[in-house]
Write a protein that binds this ligand. Structure first.
Ligand code: HEM
Length: 192
């Protein structure tokens, strides 16, 4: 069914801002924990594992919600290269939100480390122990973390460009509060 909607749904906005906080925290906790030595490493890695798996679960919920609710259309006067950049950066963000936690989980499994979460939950190993696979997964988790940082920075820059320069309603569509000086955003096609 097709319908008109000017903003993301409250659930989509809630998930967006909750995950923004979690992901930024994760990136900094990740870098912080590998640049420190025990005893600080251990509490940081515990938070990193539990928060990472929470991000995986939230990302899957968010994907289902997005596929069911659709998204507000971008303004029709937005240049095609910017539309393309917006679409591809969103695909990259979804891919990274799902792949990064899976890589972390698989990387620990191949090192035969248990993945223990808060609440006494122990996840099963995703892959069997393997030194060579561990090296590959460690490298993927490491380099994709930088890619994640880069895409998040681009995303923030684009959001600020819409909010402060174009004032075209794109930022308002995801803002948790309605901003008065932005024009009404474009129409929406559900299931886009
Ligand atoms: C959105 C999810 C995740 C993000 C953004 C993320 C990000 C990062 C970052 C930035 C680092 C530091 C990389 C470096 O500079 O060496 C790191 C390291 C690490 N991550 Fe993640 N991570 C995520 C999920 C997970 C999960 C779910 C696990 C395990 C269940 C995990 C396990 C690890 C481990 C063990 C390291 C340390 C590797 C080492 O000691 O060299 N990560 N992560």
């Amino acid at each position: 069914m097709t319908f008109v909607r000017h903003r993301f749904s409250p659930l989509q906005r809630f998930l967006h801002w909750l995950m923004a906080i979690c992901i930024l925290a994760m990136l900094f906790i990740g870098v912080g924990m590998v640049s420190t030595i025990a005893p600080k490493y251990l509490p940081l890695i515990s938070i990193h594992k539990s928060l990472g798996i929470a991000i995986l679960v939230l990302a899957l919920i968010r994907l289902v919600v997005r596929l069911s609710y659709g998204v507000p259309a971008l303004p029709p006067d937005l240049p095609a290269p910017l539309k393309l950049a917006a679409d591809w950066s969103h695909y990259a963000l979804y891919a990274l939100m799902i792949v990064m936690p899976l890589l972390g989980w698989a990387m620990l499994s191949t090192a035969a480390y248990p993945v223990d979460l808060y609440g006494g939950i122990r996840l099963p190993a995703l892959l069997p122990q393997s030194d060579s696979l561990h090296t590959v997964l460690w490298g993927a988790h490491y380099y994709l973390a930088f890619a994640f940082f880069a895409v998040v920075l681009l995303h923030i820059a684009a959001a600020l460009f819409h909010a402060l320069v174009r004032r075209d309603g794109v930022f308002q569509a995801m803002a948790s509060v309605q901003l008065r000086d932005e024009v009404a955003p474009a129409e929406v096609v559900a299931g886009e």
